[in-house]
Structures are given as structure tokens and as C-alpha cells.
Design a protein around this ligand. Structure first.
Ligand code: P6P
Length: 337
């Protein structure tokens, strides 16, 4: 019965009553989900309205911005400014923290990557938005970067929107992971993937194999063994995927298992890796752990990393518990030599 479906907003209200929580999540998430619907609309209109191509500017990371990077960032800032639920926001696209003027409830901080995987836009491959919600520490200045520099374990909620064959929003508030699909005709997200969990074992890994020459030995050992298949020490064949869109990779892992690796390597080690801790790795790590998976740097639980900077990069190995623990073990054996 299609009309027995549960909207995201109703789901949050039910969760709040079940958990006797403060009722804050509905309002915190409400503006984010509106922003994601608006970004989905712009992504899907694509070249029809000139949304493809570059914006002619660079972001703090020194990366060339796509038009949709800028548009998605503006949408997230505007919708969450209007809602007044956050004391301040931080974005992959902006160097500094954005204090929210006249905020109604200044107890929370929002971090986001407004459009992750944007190199895929012009070739029509899935992209996504990633968000993370922290509490404003007592007495902290919301305009300060320091207020945001909290380890991932301090997140109160995290999620992503995936602009794929359908637009989905996947969310955790610390009580499991649930997936919602956008019904464009109704304009609402409906619960379609309750209680998402990651299988502990997998035969699918995701890594940018063009970087093999830079990998540390434990990563190379893991990938070589996967590629050796039934003739190798693993005694089974593996499949490989690489979408170059972290949201798409994580979603695939949530649905059918897998392991995603973007390790620090000889080429990016000086920057700490490729992916950003605060608004890519930490929210995805929260989701993965809440779904029964493991999220590590290879040497440390990702959500325990003490941030030193808003745009800090970090090695990321996450997904099916038994596979990630194997990669961690290989790092330990290598370091112990
Ligand atoms: P590469 C996208 O730019 C991103 O931040 C992640 O979404 C993705 O997993 C990774 O970088 C892709 O990196 O080096 O393969 O282009």
C-alpha cells in the first residue's frame, strides 16, 4: 500500500518519541533535507539549464569549482541560515566558518560537503552531499574554527544525499541507519531502507588502482591478495569498483557490503591523505559504524582522530567489519617490523 509509507519527518518524530529525545532532530534535519531536494533538482536539470561545466573559481582546497559545487554550497548555506537551527556552519567550499546571524537555536554546528564527487557531474555519474552535526561546546565561540574541531565520536547526527538513479537520503542519529527515497511528485522523502546494516564479509573492494605505485606495503598486500583470487591466500575471487564519488561507494557498501580504501600514500602523505576528516570521513564513519561496519585510518578508529584543522585530510578505510579489520591487522604487522 503506497500510502502506508513513512515520510522522513514522521520517522524522526516517531524516533524522538521512542527515544524521548528533545525533539531537536526534526528541525535540525528539516532544512538539510530541503537543501538536498533543491540540489537534486539542480543536478537533475544538468545541462538543460547550463549547470554543467566549471564555475571559473577555486575552493579552499585549490580545486577548480564546478558550477554545481557553488550552487549546492549556496543552497546549503541559504536554507540552513533561514532555519536558524545552527550557530554556525562549515563547508568544504569555504575557507572559514560561517556564523549564522540571529540564529534561533544556537546549540548546534553543521558541516557539509555540498557536492561530493563533482568531477562526475558532466559525465552523468552519481554525486552526493554529505553532512555532519555537532553540538556547540559550552562557552565556545561559534565563529571560531576551534568550536568545530571535535572528534567524530561527538557527532549527534550524520548523513548523505545520493543523487543517483533515484535521490536518496541516508541518515543516522546514533540509533542505526535508515534510508529514504525522494518521491519527486510528492516532494517528500519516504522510508524505503529501514535499519541498513553492512555484511561483515565481502568480496568487493573499492580503491583508485592507478595509485598502486604510491601505496604503503600493507595496502598493496591487501589488494594483491584480493587480485590473486582463488589461487591466492584469500581462496576466493574479488570484484573491484571505483566510482570516484565517495557517497556512491559508501551507499553500495551499505546496501551489499564491501570495503572502500583511500589510504594515505607516498604522494599524498604530506597532506595527510585525500579525503577530508570533518565533512567526509567522520560523517561516513558514523554511518558505517552505526550500520555494523568499521571505519579506520588503517592505524586508528577514524572517529577517534583529534582534528587539528577544519579541512584536515585523513586516510580512509571503511566498510565490512572483517575486511577492514584485516587491513588494520596488515598495518599493525607492517608497523611492528
Ligand atoms: P580520485 C571526490 O573528489 C572525492 O573527494 C571522493 O568522493 C572520491 O572517493 C575521491 O575524491 C576520488 O578521488 O583520486 O579517484 O579522483
Amino acid at each position: 500500500m503506497p500510502y502506508k509509507r513513512i515520510t522522513l519527518t514522521h520517522f524522526l518524530l516517531q524516533e524522538q518519541r521512542r527515544l524521548k529525545s528533545s525533539g531537536v532532530f526534526t528541525s535540525l534535519v528539516n532544512d538539510i533535507l530541503t537543501a538536498c531536494k533543491m540540489v537534486s533538482h539542480e543536478v537533475n536539470r544538468g545541462a538543460l539549464v547550463g549547470n554543467h561545466g566549471v564555475a571559473g573559481s577555486e575552493n579552499i582546497q585549490g580545486e577548480e569549482q564546478k558550477k554545481l559545487d557553488v550552487l549546492a554550497n549556496d543552497i546549503f548555506l541559504h536554507m540552513n541560515e533561514l532555519g536558524g537551527n545552527y550557530a554556525a556552519m562549515a563547508s568544504e567550499e569555504l575557507e572559514d566558518v560561517q556564523a549564522v546571524k540571529g540564529t534561533a537555536d544556537g546549540r548546534y554546528l553543521l558541516l557539509f560537503d555540498p557536492l561530493d564527487g563533482s568531477s562526475n557531474i558532466d559525465v552523468n555519474i552519481s554525486v552526493g552531499s554529505i553532512f555532519s552535526i555537532l553540538r556547540l561546546p559550552d562557552g565556545a565561540d561559534p565563529k571560531s574554527e576551534g568550536a568545530f574541531l571535535q572528534p567524530g565520536v561527538k557527532q549527534v547526527a550524520a548523513g548523505y544525499a545520493l543523487y543517483g538513479s533515484s535521490t536518496m537520503l541516508v541518515l543516522t542519529t546514533g540509533n542505526g541507519v535508515n534510508g529514504f527515497t525522494l518521491d519527486r511528485d510528492v516532494g517528500m522523502f519516504f522510508l524505503t531502507h529501514p535499519g541498513m546494516t553492512i555484511p561483515a564479509d565481502t568480496q568487493e573492494y573499492a580503491i583508485n588502482a592507478s595509485r598502486a605505485r604510491h601505496w604503503e606495503p600493507p595496502v598493496k598486500r591487501y589488494v594483491d591478495e584480493c587480485q590473486a583470487g582463488t589461487e591466492g591466500p584469500r581462496g576466493k575471487d574479488f570484484n573491484m569498483r571505483w566510482v570516484a564519488s565517495m557517497v556512491a561507494e559508501v551507499h553500495r557498501i551499505l546496501v551489499r557490503g564491501g570495503v572502500f580504501l583511500y589510504p594515505a600514500d607516498a604522494e599524498n602523505m604530506k597532506k595527510g591523505g585525500k579525503l577530508r576528516l570533518m565533512y567526509e570521513a567522520n560523517p561516513m564513519a558514523f554511518i558505517v559504524e552505526q550500520a555494523g561496519g568499521v571505519a579506520s585510518t588503517g592505524r586508528q578508529r577514524l572517529m577517534d582522530v583529534a582534528p587539528k584543522g577544519l579541512h584536515q585530510r585523513v586516510p580512509v578505510i571503511l566498510g565490512s567489519k572483517n575486511e577492514v579489520e584485516r587491513v588494520i591487522a596488515y598495518h599493525g604487522e607492517y608497523d611492528a617490523k
